[in-house]
Design a protein around this ligand. Structure first.
Ligand SMILES: C[S@@+](CC[C@H](N)C(=O)[O-])C[C@H]1O[C@@H](n2cnc3c(N)ncnc32)[C@H](O)[C@@H]1O
Ligand code: SF4
Length: 460
């Protein structure tokens, strides 16, 4: 794969606010008109919809210490009795929701996210895993994953997770430089990261390491050294997130403004350097911020243009199911509906224990949304879309698809002229130089996006 050269002129031209497209339509369209009744009906309907596979997501919104940069849905650590009640609430929610799910549907993905799921007792995790297997069969290829903060990860925890069938852990490293971690109120890994990765390998557990660039005290040189260290450790996957500074949503991030936060140019230099280091070390770039070994299932799916994405990240067609989420803020992603749980953990526990549902908002996808989602997902995951294939998949004429997308082929011309994409009227391919502008391409197939929205982060 060729090296990446950041073109500052093109960045100036295309860098404007736009959705990140982790879902379509974006979560900003979720509304309070969606109730637990609606969710129940959509869960029943989901049994005969696509995909048949089941993905279960469990959200653990607790962290022993809050990092100042954090953009996740989390809360301070609670006492053991509250956590026990929270786990009971998730179990009750699971029992209630899964009454409506056909038991012959295979589970292909179980994901524990947070917050810090490895900050609660593994006995709680075991209780929920036992509840799942008492009701459903796991597919042999089922991916069972947990997001872990290495500051609290121990070998005995890993042993327990292996025993429970976990086969993928994401470790939030963020940076190897202790000065950076100190400024953002984060503890370093308790164990040497290289030893943890080697130990996970002996247990056949795949490993992702997460990093963030754009934090105080980071420079292109210091981040270069962190990423070189990561490449040397050689995990299956590496993710380099661009720090999203949104103090108007996450007020805790304001603390970081007392330090110098790297500006756009320094961030782009970090992006470019880390990209090239990882590619030079044999990793394949997936989207903008994911890197995986050539033999990894994610890389293979990208090559076959079958890579998909849900709120938990990229996934292969084999592992992707409709997502049923449990816990506060959890987002379920069914064929034609999204549903999100309440954020406040106390309110979640009360509702989930009482009603088995704790829905705050959601969205019903229209026939048009389904088509747009398919096209935007293809562009964002695979950098490729073929309108004839989309028309065939939806059993609709191609001109009707173009109309539904409100798509004007002329709008692609500047991207073609700048050498970012190829388009022959039917088949669109994003070129390596266009990778950074994938969101700009997707926006041209999004009839809900007017260009006047101000709540989104910039596209590059
Ligand atoms: C939900 S966190 C879970 C991992 C675990 N709590 C930890 O911190 O190790 C998932 C990842 O999101 C990333 N992240 C969190 N806040 C971010 C922000 N403001 N901008 C970009 N990435 C962020 C971090 O890399 C983190 O590892
Ligand atoms: S980054 Fe992870 S550990 Fe830090 S506050 Fe966010 S969820 Fe918690």
């Amino acid at each position: 794969m060729s090296n990446m050269h950041v073109n500052y002129e093109l960045i100036k031209k295309y860098d404007k606010p736009g959705p990140r497209y982790t879902s379509y339509p974006p979560a900003t369209f979720f509304n309070n008109g969606f109730t637990s009744n609606d969710f129940r009906q959509h869960v029943i309907a989901s049994n005969s919809q696509h995909p048949r596979n089941l993905s279960f997501y469990f959200h653990v919104p607790f962290c022993p210490q809050l990092c100042h940069f954090c953009g996740c849905n989390t809360d301070v650590m609670k006492g053991k009795s509250f956590i026990a009640r929270y786990v009971e609430a998730m179990k009750n929610e699971f029992e209630t929701v899964t009454q409506f799910i056909d038991k012959d549907r295979p589970v292909t993905q179980i994901h524990w996210g947070g917050g810090t799921p490895n900050s609660i007792s593994m006995d709680f995790v075991a209780e929920i895993m036992a509840l799942i297997t008492s009701k459903f069969s796991l597919a042999p290829s089922c991916e069972i994953a947990m997001e872990c903060n290495p500051a609290y990860l121990t070998y005995s925890q890993i042993d327990k997770l292996a025993e429970l069938g976990f086969n993928r852990l994401s470790l939030g490293i963020q940076d190897f430089n202790p000065e950076v971690l100190n400024l953002v109120n984060r503890k370093p890994s308790q164990l040497p990261v290289a030893d943890v990765v080697n130990y996970l390998r002996t247990k056949n557990i795949g490993v992702n390491l997460d990093f963030i660039y754009g934090l105080p005290a980071q420079t292109p040189e210091s981040f270069d050294s962190t990423i070189r260290q990561a490449a040397q450790i050689s995990p299956d996957r590496i993710v380099t997130f661009s720090y999203a500074h949104v103090p108007w949503v996450k007020s805790a991030q304001k603390v970081l403004e007392q330090y110098e936060i790297p500006g756009p140019e320094a961030k782009l230099a970090m992006f470019e350097k880390s990209y090239n280091i990882l590619v030079d070390n044999g990793y394949e770039a997936i989207g903008l911020d994911h890197f995986a070994k050539p033999s990894d299932s994610m890389t293979v799916a990208l090559k076959n243009r079958t890579l998909q994405r849900n709120f938990m990240g990229y996934c292969t067609a084999e592992n992707t199911g409709q997502v049923y989420a449990f816990g506060s803020t959890g987002i379920s992603q069914l064929w034609d509906a999204y549903s999100q749980n309440v954020k406040n953990t106390e309110a979640y526990v009360e509702a989930a224990l009482k009603d088995g549902f704790a829905i705050e908002k959601g969205y019903r996808l229209s026939a048009r949304d389904l088509v747009c989602r398919a096209v935007i997902q293809d562009i964002m995951c695979n950098g490729y879309v073929n309108l004839e294939n989309v028309a065939n998949n939806f059993a609709l004429p191609e001109n009707e698809i173009v109309e539904m997308l409100n798509f004007n082929p002329q709008s692609l011309q500047p991207l073609v002229d700048d050498g970012l994409i190829i388009f022959d009227g039917r088949e669109l391919t994003v070129l390596p130089e266009g990778r950074m502008f994938m969101r700009n391409v997707a926006m041209l197939f999004d009839p809900l996006f007017t260009g006047k929205e101000t709540m989104y982060s910039k596209t590059v």
